[in-house]
Design a protein around this ligand. Structure first.
Ligand SMILES: [Zn+2]
Length: 217
């Protein structure tokens, strides 16, 4: 009797094990599932890892937080990325990404700048969405709002920085009917403005369609 019980228990255990394996066996390492929906992991850093390779004043570093966000990519699939922002705006960023996900506004990827060796050009060329980068305004000694994690650039290729008729990243175009383009009447612009952010697409001397920033009082 004891013998049969052992056989029954061990075959039950292998049955459960086999079932578990068949559930996780086909999911590649960079994917997880949320409910029934697969999620593709674009970024999986700790804050410490994501701040490697750059010198940041301690007073700035202690203001920063790494936030996980999810969004639909241009492939129509759900992705998980990460963004380093100022702690004072992380709640805004989470809420705004909820709007981005719910409205299925496509975002190419959201990966911290360490992946691009802190090069804004490389990040823009890869159509990456990012916030914190300890850098100056282009061609100046003035720290950018990105240096305090209070600015974010979204889909740079669809939403270029336009100055004196030249677009960054190189080869990018601003076309209102392109998917992933931020338009004056986009839900995303509304979501930022409602929370006190301003949009670079409203600027007069130059246009920075990818850029939103928040000035703290
Ligand atoms: Zn920017």
């Amino acid at each position: 009797m004891k013998f049969f019980l052992i056989i029954i228990l061990s075959s039950l255990a292998s049955l459960i094990l086999a079932q578990q394996n068949s559930q996780i066996g086909y999911i590649p390492a960079n994917e997880q599932s949320v409910g029934s929906e697969l999620i593709i992991i674009d970024s999986d850093y700790t804050l410490e890892e994501a701040l490697q390779g750059i010198t940041i004043p301690p007073s700035v570093k202690k203001e920063l937080e790494i936030v996980s966000v999810s969004y639909y990519g241009f492939d129509g699939l759900l992705h998980k990325g990460q963004i380093i922002v100022n702690k004072k705006v992380s709640a805004d960023i989470i809420e705004i990404f909820n709007v981005i996900r719910e409205t299925k506004f496509p975002v190419e990827k959201v990966v911290p700048m360490v992946e691009y060796n802190w090069s804004d050009d490389k990040s823009m060329q890869d159509n990456n969405t990012s916030s914190f980068n300890y850098r100056f305004l282009s061609g100046s000694k003035v720290l950018s709002m990105h240096a305090s994690g209070l600015a974010i650039d979204i889909n740079p290729k669809q939403n270029p920085y336009v100055k004196n008729g030249s677009n960054s990243p190189a080869g990018s175009l601003y076309e209102l009917d392109e998917n992933g383009t931020i338009c004056p009447d986009s839900e995303i612009v509304k979501a930022f403005k409602e929370r006190g952010w301003s949009w670079g697409g409203d600027w007069k001397s130059l246009k920075d369609y990818q850029h939103f920033q928040k000035t703290l009082e």
